[in-house]
Design a protein around this ligand. Sequence first.
Ligand code: NOJ
Length: 738
Amino acid sequence: MPFSLAPACRRVLVGAGCFVFTTMSLPAMADLPPIDARVETLLSRMTTAEKIGQVNLVSRGDPIDGQLERVRKGEIGLMLNVVEPGEVRAYQAAARQSRLGIPLVMGLDAITVFRIAMPHPLALAATWNPGLVEAATRAVAQETAANGVNWTFAPMVDLSRDPRWGRVVEGAGEDPVLASAMAAARVRGYRAGGLATAVKHFVGYGAPEAGRDYNGAAIPASELHDRYLPPFRAALDAGSETVMAAFNTVNGVPVSADRRLLTDLLRGRLGFKGFVTSDYNAIGELINHGVAADLAEATRKALLAGIDVDMEGAAYERHLEAEIAGGRVPIATLDEAVRRVLRVKFGMGLFDRPQPQMPPQPAEAEVRALARDAARQSLVLLKNERETLPLTPATRRIAVIGAWAENDYDQSWWGPAGLTRPATETLLSALRSRLATGQSLEYARGFGDGCGYEQGDVAGAVETARRADVVVMIAAEDCDISGEGTSRAYLGLTGAQQGLLTALAAAGKPLVLVVATARPLALTATEPFTAATLIGWYGGTEGRTAIAEALVGEITPSGKLPMSFPRSVGQIPISYDGLPTSRPPGNDRYTSRYIDEATTPLYPFGHGLSYARFDYANLVIKGSEMSTQSGQIEIAVTVSNTSQRAADEVVQLYVRQKVASRSRPVRQLKAFEKVRLEAGARRTVTFKLNSSDLGYHDDEGRLVIEPGPFDVFAGGSSTASLSGGFGLTGPLVIAEPR
Ligand code: NOJ
């Protein structure tokens, strides 16, 4: 094997002992003992202190010298936030110089950006295109891996139905089927690009009460299994090597100390074999949760519950040795945690490569092309009255209003600090370069600052609007108000933005509102003033260009909402797949309704308009019955593009079990496919459903497949009206917990 090694590498352990890579031939490599045997050999040589080092995940120190020394002593097994290749090499060299030469796992929040920014994960989910998401994610991983990072704290697969929670930006929205498809796509993409993954945050972090970050969640077992676990299963099936535990409590117990979730469920039932890391300082925070009196108790509870690795909590490194010596934590529990870490390290091939892998950067043009495609496909056209969009050359004078139009930094979620990234083309420049002959564009900032918080020259903006045929106002939720620790109690446009929008009505011109947001907003107050609304998300490096392309009709929006947009905060949590009530909403007082607001969202899950028109017909269910015992049914629907414009459409299939032992959701997404349809073309899309897709979980978490009648709905959103039905027949099937 043509490895060339620095002398220190001679101590890299492989199998039963050390060997020198330069002498190794390919057949010898193939003869290596299986990973478990290599792990056992290594483990048998470790001191307790070295074992504790292997479960210690530490953030890059500044300066790094002291830390390098600690790595040499074997006190650190995993790092986060080391992103500079020279530093990565230095850390890995220090690890090779440690007594056992165990390489480091180098972690980073490589979410959707290292250098070129992709749209953030919720926007990626709006593409409903797992293949594209996988490719975009692979590119992010390749850029990250090129710098020596080998592990990402992603994907976040927490299901979320509460847009007050700022971290919805990082997930795939409210639906388990869409979120599972995205979870698997992202894990595949990261791994193909050279990063191990940490699927997070196991489990229930996305359901904090009142949408307040870190707040506790109450999740009944049936809902945990029906909704919150499927994306984790999908990520694990796709090969996620590691899992990050949630910060919060679920049903009163902090997840980081909950053995039932981390061990019985994750390892026992889901069969997870990799390691579990805590979230940042989460072990110490068990004290704040009130389940540990001090850090020693927190250490004990976390390890015994199933937290293998301590992220930046200094709990294990300070207390584990004494806890073991005092007999309060069996050494076997630490051994098992170390085994899991080593198994992942061997599995990643770290022992087989003396130098950190730094594959070449992917070509910038290719990454940008993916970023552009992802940004285009994520755009969601919420409304488009009187075909205001796209702007045609017949629209002579365009007014662009809002300081965001000058913004060349898209706050995509989130990349390593201190790196220079290519600028994002501004919306203004992207639109200007697309003006047809005879078209003009006039711009007014409208705000006093770049973030839309302060009122600017509103009168000037209104005058600019008056001189135009169409007004495009860009509003945004940018400027650091999305992501971790950014829960909001109000979800309208922030600062001076609604005021400016309202004032623009005086100009009496058709108004197109572009919203750059990383979460669903309650846009009810904007509705009276807008003819069209386009959700641009935080589209990444190519995002604002993609918006300009959509505004002028170079592309046709095809994104669909991965989360409902509520009418008001009072409706939250809101999702399309709630249970029916005893008294469905109606005009009568004693029905399930609000006296001051509708019960439907402003824009539902799955919604998104196109410049093309699609008709759905011929819902054909092959066979009117299927068996509860491993039956399968095929459902076909024909979608036609009745417009003059080629476009993409997301064909969605929903079901409802009409009668069962438990109330079943009014609709549930079961399958979807994004299709390209030329002008005038039609296509029949066929979905296959298995009987197990139609089951639900009971209070013990068992899968129940219950005979009964089902409704089927197919169309371009969760309100699709084309319907049919079939029956699930046969005995009640209950699958015991695995
Ligand atoms: C805290 C976040 O909850 C987690 O998702 C992230 O990976 C860590 N910080 C590390 O940055």
